[in-house]
Design a protein around this ligand. Structure first.
Ligand code: SAM
Length: 352
């Protein structure tokens, strides 16, 4: 490893901060040794805070109908091959029931931006889940809406919201999205969510088309300033029915490198080893944990519909019942010295 890179990693570990130029350097000039060095600092940092517990969130993909046309996403509205569905309240409750039995104490309702879903209906779903499972947290991951909508859902009982910023560079944002979507509205949403008291998760795809090291540096600077409770990053993976079908996928190597850097920058942040990471490599999620990740989000959606929520090709976890997937995951975690936590897994500030 270059001495300069080592010094930057030491600086990040000590001060939790780098300048833009330093971020670019630490990413551009990385090698196997610098990665190993980062992981040797990041994994103990995660263990100091979370022990050997991996927080879990049960993912319920409640609608694949979307009004947006993000160029990377398999469920974009222009993809006419998608068989669209929307879960009923009863189907969602069934997923929660199964999830609760399996030990989940957070339910993530994720969906395309389904404008046909009434705001009130979603509020009713949230309050019904809360009534049935008062000890569980509810996370929404439902895209960009007005302040008033976010407020309604918060009052109905939603605790957290995941909304990846996707890229903090205006220029890059435009290359990934159609012209009716803007980084400024994405940022407005994130600010609204924070001001309403949600625990907020944001993040980006690693290796998305046109991404440069400078853009990644901008992502790190933005995340440092915004201080989300959670950061979701995963490799970009092409979907064969999108305009990015021929683009290269993000790499496991760069994704885990970024996870390690994020853990050093924000030692107490919640950091998932994502499904996309598990999709590009069979041991991807384990490697993510060794790089400092501490959260896993298995799928609780009805098995018969899972293949219809295909954001990218070859997504894992779509063939087996939730119970089987959780059993396999428990074994995988045990093999690397961890266990799945049965708790809400809230964000907690790290004691100095
Ligand atoms: N509609 C909501 C939103 O925009 O936040 C939530 C659902 S959206 C499908 C969830 C995330 O999937 C996005 O934030 C994006 O980062 C990720 N995603 C979409 N297409 C992907 C792809 N081809 N490869 C990797 N991740 C992808």
């Amino acid at each position: 490893m270059k001495q300069e890179v080592k010094l930057l990693i030491d600086k990040l570990y000590k001060t939790q901060e780098l300048t833009k130029e330093e971020w670019v350097k630490v990413i551009k000039e990385r090698d196997e040794e610098s990665a190993e060095y980062i992981f040797s600092l990041a994994q103990p940092l995660a263990q100091k805070h979370f022990g050997n517990q991996i927080y879990t969130r049960g993912l319920i993909e409640f609608t694949n109908i979307c009004r947006n046309d993000c160029l990377y996403c398999g469920i974009r509205k222009s993809n006419t091959n998608v068989d669209r569905y929307r879960l009923t309240l009863e189907q969602i409750l069934e997923c929660c029931k199964e999830g609760y039995k399996l030990g989940f104490r957070t339910f993530v309702l994720q969906g395309g931006e389904d404008a046909g879903f009434s705001k009130e209906k979603l509020a009713q779903i949230i309050s019904t889940i809360k009534k049935e499972y008062p000890d569980a947290a509810i996370t929404l991951s439902f895209g960009e809406w007005a302040y008033e909508d976010y407020k309604l859902w918060k009052e109905a009982g939603a605790d957290r919201y995941l909304l990846r910023h996707e890229t903090a560079s205006e220029e890059h944002y435009k290359k990934l999205h159609p012209s009716d979507l803007s980084l400024s509205n994405r940022m407005r949403c994130l600010q609204d969510l924070k001001s309403l008291g949600y625990q907020v998760g944001t993040g980006f795809m690693v290796g998305s088309p046109f991404q440069t090291e400078e853009e990644l540096a901008t992502d790190f600077l933005f995340l440092k300033e915004f201080k989300p409770e959670m950061i979701g990053i995963g490799p970009f993976i092409p979907h064969h029915q999108t305009p990015f079908r021929d683009k290269e996928a993000g790499s496991l190597e760069l994704t885990v490198y970024c996870l390690g850097l994020l853990r050093l920058m924000l030692p107490d942040v919640l950091l998932p080893a994502t499904t996309a990471l598990g999709t590009i490599s069979p041991m991807g999620r384990e490697q993510g944990i060794k790089a400092g990740a501490n959260v896993i989000m298995p799928n609780l959606s009805p098995l018969s519909l899972r293949k219809k929520y295909t954001l990218y090709d070859n997504k894992i976890g779509t063939s087996d019942e939730s119970k089987k997937n959780v059993e396999v995951l428990k074994e995988k975690m045990k093999a690397i010295g961890y266990e799945l936590a049965v708790s809400r897994g809230d964000y907690k500030k790290m004691e100095e």
